[in-house]
Design a protein around this ligand. Structure first.
Ligand code: ACO
Length: 324
């Protein structure tokens, strides 16, 4: 009995950027990228593919799959760190584009954990009011927030959007539980400045651009540890054994993080959905894109127990269990 996903959708930009193409843009090699990250291609937003536009297309598909009209939505939440505007939010743009005239809308900044935080929020709203329909989206165009001269970061990320329409079911299905965490003290390991302040007293020293900056090795270690911890805590809290999980949909950071995590959690590879080789790390969009691909390719059946886990800048991380 609880919050169920009524429909999913996703949207990827048309332009594909390969590792070989990156060789001519920055000091790297296709072989290095492939072996260190498992990423082969990523999508790059073009004209008509801003964050809110990708988000709207993903949402339209999710609404159609759910059989829910835009007017029936009560809330639109967009997890993103790459809106084309600081104000209004991408969520307000999506609300306008969809014609979701009865919904309130806001963005949620939790980096790669944006979708899971949004799903958690939807679950809390829906538990409090069973009539609510909540659209949760993860959408990014991080291609516009990368320093394309920085080989440590620009090879990792890609653009895209994924969406889920959530509502209430009085069956035995729904969100089982979640375990959400943050640690702001470690922000310096992964961050992105805002555009420089116009108030001289508030100018941040060392603001060398609104780009993603990262200590890759440290992020790697924290990501594996944190996701392992969140999953372990959640399984204990909900008294669920690993064997009863049908599918794990982790944040698609990179292949090596995922391999280490799966190894530490001792999950069979066959139960873990991975598409990072095609899209790279799409931050808040990675889990809903993966969910939509798994869902539309028939990998998820009603009654399955699905586990999600994420980690991102902040740091933010968490895990969610849902009976589909
Ligand atoms: N091409 C070629 N060489 C490179 C590149 C590149 N694109 N990037 C770094 N190198 C070089 C480094 O300069 C270094 O050279 P040096 O030994 O001469 O100094 C060498 O490769 C090794 O660098 P490391 O940083 O130690 O490489 P590592 O094996 O740790 O791999 C990577 C780097 C892929 C970034 C890894 O640390 C990682 O996966 N970190 C996690 C980062 C991540 O996923 N962030 C996403 C946001 S958070 C999240 O989503 C979980």
């Amino acid at each position: 009995m609880g919050t169920v996903v009524l429909g999913t959708g996703s949207c990827l930009p048309k332009k594909v950027l390969t590792n070989v193409e990156l060789e001519s843009m920055v000091d790297t090699s296709a072989e290095w990228i492939q072996t260190r990250t498992g990423i082969e291609t990523r999508r790059i937003g073009g004209k008509g593919e801003k964050t809110y536009q990708l988000a709207t297309k993903a949402a339209e598909k999710a609404l159609a799959a759910a059989g829910v009209s835009a007017e029936e939505l009560d809330l639109v939440v967009v997890g993103t760190i790459s809106s084309h505007m600081l104000m209004p939010s991408s969520a307000c743009y999506v609300q306008k584009e969809l014609g979701a005239t009865n919904a309130f809308a806001f963005d949620l900044n939790a980096a790669c954990s944006g979708f899971l935080y949004g799903l958690d929020l939807a679950d809390k709203y829906i538990r409090a009011n069973h009539d609510m329909k909540v659209l949760v989206i993860g959408a990014e165009t991080l291609s516009g927030r990368l320093n394309w001269q920085d080989r440590n970061t620009c090879i990792l990320f890609g653009d895209g959007a994924g969406a889920a329409v959530c509502g209430y079911s009085d069956s035995d299905r729904g969100v089982i539980g979640s375990s959400m965490h943050s640690d702001g003290s470690l922000w310096k390991l992964l961050y992105m400045h805002a555009p420089e302040s116009s108030n001289p007293d508030l100018i941040v020293k060392g603001n060398n651009g609104a780009y993603i900056q990262m200590e890759g090795r440290e992020v790697f270690k924290h990501a594996v540890r944190a996701m392992e911890d969140a999953v372990t805590r959640l399984l204990v809290k909900e008294n669920i054994d690993k064997e009863s999980i049908s599918l794990v949909i982790p944040h698609q950071a990179n292949m090596r993080i995922l391999a280490k995590l799966v190894d530490r959690l001792d999950f069979p590879q066959s139960k873990v959905f991975i598409n990072v080789s095609k899209y790279g790390n799409t931050s808040a969009a990675s889990i809903p894109i993966a969910l939509d691909e798994a869902n539309s390719s028939g990998l998820i059946t009603q009654g399955d127990t699905i586990l999600f886990c994420s980690f991102g800048g902040g740091f933010t991380w968490g895990a969610t269990l849902i009976k589909w």
